[in-house]
Design a protein around this ligand. Structure first.
Ligand SMILES: *[C@@H]1O[C@H](CO)[C@@H](O)[C@H](O)[C@H]1NC(C)=O
Ligand SMILES: *[C@@H]1O[C@H](CO)[C@@H](O)[C@H](O)[C@H]1NC(C)=O
Ligand SMILES: *[C@@H]1O[C@H](CO)[C@@H](O)[C@H](O)[C@H]1NC(C)=O
Ligand SMILES: *[C@@H]1O[C@H](CO)[C@@H](O)[C@H](O)[C@H]1NC(C)=O
Ligand SMILES: *[C@@H]1O[C@H](CO)[C@@H](O)[C@H](O)[C@H]1NC(C)=O
Length: 284
């Protein structure tokens, strides 16, 4: 007995569309991702990464490249922590334009954080902690409006913390501890009440990020750390200046005494007085 099912045309259309979606190859390789991945492999000497996968790194959500996660055929997450990677972060990493999470923590990366990372407009997580990165924290990172984690602790970053980072409203984790940063802590990173802006939420004056986010930077100051110490002069400098000026005045008064003695010596007429003076003068 044969029975013919009559499907409504829209159901057929939906089924055909579904089959087409399932059969279609993953979205064509993206030339941006390819450049990004090949630059990263060269810069960090990722021997484990096979070049043949760069042109088509994604197979659904999975990638054959270690540490790469995909979404809609684009590189979405790069996670390569604790692999003893050395080298520097290539600016071409910014060509992975769909990147949402970048974790290169606990490696031996050196050099600067490329300002080009600011082109990663979808970036939500940036973890470059525990490396040997140097130079400044790029203020341009403030253009990554979705950033909610910035972890840069344990590097050799120097210069000030850019004020602009305080404008990242989604930031929930911020850690720049144990670097060589200097200058005042941006108020918008320190005080939640101001960060809420326009009196939207009166959160009082609780810290937005506490002192542990900023610890271990000798020349960083201001709430939640203590205020600038000794008007920028360390105790050692003050002691040095004190000793130096003390020594200087000692030398000056000593030479004044010598000059005075020499002039009285010349004017001294009687040998008796001269003898008296030379008797009083200690031998130098
Ligand atoms: C990589 O990004 C740069 C800067 O945004 C752009 O000029 C270049 O065309 C991109 N390269 C490729 C291969 O897409
Ligand atoms: C190479 O990648 C594979 C999986 O992609 C991983 O299991 C392995 O630990 C990696 N080897 C090294 C030395 O990182
Ligand atoms: C960043 O990575 C380090 C080490 O891999 C990890 O301990 C830390 O929790 C990460 N930071 C955040 C905010 O997840
Ligand atoms: C930030 O909060 C602290 C602690 O409540 C307060 O001492 C400081 O004056 C506040 N800074 C500003 C600029 O409001
Ligand atoms: C600082 O804040 C972190 C979470 O943001 C918390 O784990 C830590 O205990 C806090 N430290 C202090 C001293 O309050």
């Amino acid at each position: 007995m044969s029975q013919h099912h009559h499907f409504p045309p829209f159901a057929v259309a939906v089924a055909v569309a579904a089959v087409l979606v399932l059969l279609s190859p993953p979205s064509a390789a993206d030339p941006n991702d390819e450049l990004c991945l090949s630059s990263l492999q060269q810069s960090l000497s990722l021997r484990n990464w096979t070049k043949s996968f760069f042109t088509d790194p994604c197979d659904g959500f999975i990638s054959k490249l270690q540490g790469v996660t995909c979404n809609n055929g684009r590189v979405y997450k790069l996670s390569l922590p604790g692999l003893s990677l050395s080298g520097s972060i290539p600016p071409e990493l910014s060509n992975c334009t769909n990147l949402q999470s970048l974790d290169l923590s606990s490696n031996a990366l050196s050099g600067a954080i490329p300002t080009e990372l600011s082109k990663l407009l979808n970036l939500a997580v940036l973890n470059l902690s525990a490396n040997a990165l140097s130079g400044a924290i790029p203020r341009e990172l403030a253009s990554c409006a979705y950033l909610n984690v910035i972890d840069l602790h344990g590097n050799q970053l120097s210069g000030p913390i850019p004020d602009e980072l305080g404008l990242l409203v989604r930031l929930s984790t911020f850690d720049v501890s144990y670097n060589r940063l200097s200058g005042p802590i941006p108020v918008l990173l320190a005080n939640r009440s101001i960060a809420a802006g326009g009196g939207a939420v009166a959160a009082g004056t609780t810290a937005r990020f506490n002192a542990s986010s900023f610890a271990g930077n000798k020349d960083l100051y201001g709430y939640p750390l203590p205020p600038m110490r000794g008007h920028g002069l360390s105790v050692l400098a003050i002691v040095g200046i004190g000793l130096g000026s003390g020594l200087l005045s000692l030398v000056l008064s000593f030479s004044a005494v010598c000059i005075w003695l020499r002039s009285t010596d010349r004017t001294a007429a009687t040998p008796g007085e001269e003898g008296k003076i030379s008797h009083l003068m200690p031998a130098y």
